[in-house]
Design a protein around this ligand. Structure first.
Ligand code: ZN
Length: 246
């Protein structure tokens, strides 16, 4: 049985017309977990999964481009409930450190926040999930999803930091943010450029690299080329709707 990863959106900050901010759907043996739920995600997700089939959500941090659609998702669960077709209560796993944002994840017994911390190892359906704090203007957690020997690592939003190398070691797939053009590395805080995503993939010895959380300005192919110069393994800009199998 394959673990499937479907990109739902790839943009950082706000979505392109008809697009969505960075988000990924994981599926294994019929269990569906969404990583991040920012602007445009709810619309895009429905191309791949009926909303009532979603089993869990995992949020890396509380910036708007990662949580903007949570409120509408909660409404969808409430409306289904009033229609007499209630889906099970949806757990939303997210950093507990920011209590003001965390309490909003529980809504009318339709969704419930489940707090996670960087030292936790949690079981979400078939997925064993561990965390690594990133360098970002707000508290943010990189995520490692494991099923047996297989692993997928999401950097979430972060500046370059060596701590991510052991965290991503030997992953079957690294999904890295690459929000910066090379000229902006070191100037714009809290994010990485393509060369840094490539360096992380190379030093961690991962088998495959996907780039996400891309800027809306400029030519994102330059970011891909910067990554490819560092990392010789399979590398691409995450393609919305494509099914990546592990
Ligand atoms: Zn962010």
């Amino acid at each position: 049985m394959n673990l499937q990863i479907i990109p739902i959106g790839i943009w950082g900050g706000y979505p392109k017309a008809g697009g969505a901010t960075s988000s990924f759907l994981l599926e294994y043996e019929g269990f569906h977990c969404l990583i991040d739920c920012g602007s445009g995600v709810l619309a895009s997700l429905q191309n791949y999964l009926p909303l009532e089939k979603l089993d869990a959500i995992l949020l890396t941090h509380y910036h708007a481009d990662h949580i903007a659609d949570i409120g509408s998702l909660q409404y969808s669960r409430l409306i289904q409930y009033h229609l007499g077709e209630p889906a099970p209560v949806l757990p939303i796993y997210a950093p507990i450190l920011d209590t003001e944002n965390f309490i909003k994840l529980s809504y009318k017994e339709r969704t419930v926040g489940v707090g996670v911390s960087e030292e936790d190892i949690v079981q979400i359906g078939p997925f064993t999930v561990s965390f690594c704090p990133t360098i970002h203007p707000v508290y943010c957690l990189a995520i490692k999803i494991e099923i047996g020997e297989r692993s997928v690592v999401f950097t979430a939003d972060t500046e370059w930091q060596p701590k991510l190398i052991p965290f991503a070691q030997d992953a079957d797939l690294l999904v890295s943010e690459a929000n910066l053009y090379e000229k902006h590395i070191g100037i714009a805080p809290g994010h990485m450029g393509g060369s840094e995503a490539g360096k992380l993939a190379k030093l961690a010895g991962v088998k495959r690299l996907l780039l996400t959380h891309l800027p809306l300005h400029g030519e994102v192919d330059e970011i891909l080329q910067a990554a490819v110069r560092q990392y010789k393994g399979a590398t691409e800009i995450a393609q919305v709707g494509k099914v990546y199998k592990i």
